[in-house]
Design a protein around this ligand. Structure first.
Ligand code: G6P
Ligand code: MG
Length: 222
């Protein structure tokens, strides 16, 4: 295993709930619709703009908004989201993640962030984790979002490693598909029923160790 490619939201810290709370608020205020709980999984790993499109479609309001109006709504959601994540501290790092980063660093395995979030640098800074990562892929530099493999390929390029020599960590269906399409070994955090496309699924981040990732790589690399 020559590199580990990390998703951020829902893997390093539980920002998935803040994303969804901000979308729910926007959907209610702007469109008068309540997003069902089941919508949360559908928005994981999906860019801000594409998430808004899915919500507009759910509200059956396709074609009703101009590009400028949609951009303003996306900005409004982000302002609410950023207000929530400004409260994050190192206490909000998910269980097992800091020891995993320490262990991988000790083994000399380079780590990269492959998140669709434009807020990734801010979040890593709030969590005091920036120093562990060789690079953070800028999602603006990536052609196609998850489930396309682009962001994981770009992440492997940042460390000059073939994606096939990497493990990718994800909590989303779209992200697991992206890791698999990039040729890396996918390790997912969440429900095995939802994330069955992953090579390995663990129920929580507390189960993640450097040995587990090495074993997953040895068993499933292709
Ligand atoms: C991650 C999250 C998505 C979010 C996307 C963009 O992939 O899982 O829920 O929409 O990042 O995040 P941003 O912070 O740029 O709005
Ligand atoms: Mg995620």
């Amino acid at each position: 295993m020559d590199g580990v490619l990390f998703d951020l939201d829902g893997v390093i810290t539980d920002t998935a709930r803040f994303h969804f709370a901000a979308w729910r608020q926007l959907a209610q205020q702007a469109f008068g619709v309540s997003l069902p709980d089941s919508f949360e999984a559908e928005l994981k790993g999906i860019s801000r703009e594409a998430s808004l499109q899915r919500i507009v479609a759910f509200a059956q309001l396709d074609g009703q908004y101009t590009v400028a109006q949609l951009a303003a709504l996306a900005t409004q959601k982000n302002e609410n989201y950023v207000a929530a994540i400004k409260q994050l501290t190192a206490a909000d790092i998910l269980p097992g993640i800091q020891p995993l980063l320490v262990a991988l660093k000790a083994r000399g395995v380079p780590m990269v962030i492959a998140s669709a979030s434009k807020n990734a640098p801010l979040i890593l800074d709030r969590l005091a984790l920036s120093a562990y990562f060789t690079a953070i892929v800028n999602p603006n530099d990536v052609h196609q979002g998850k489930p396309a493999p682009d962001i994981f390929i770009a992440a492997a390029q940042k460390i000059a490693v073939n994606p096939r020599k990497c493990v990718g960590l994800e909590d989303s269906v779209a992200g697991v598909a992206a890791i698999n399409a990039a040729g890396a070994v996918s390790v997912a955090i969440g429900h095995a029923s939802e994330l069955s496309a992953a090579a390995v699924v663990v129920p929580t981040t507390a189960a993640l160790t450097a040995d587990l990732l090495e074993q997953a790589f040895e068993q499933y690399q292709h």
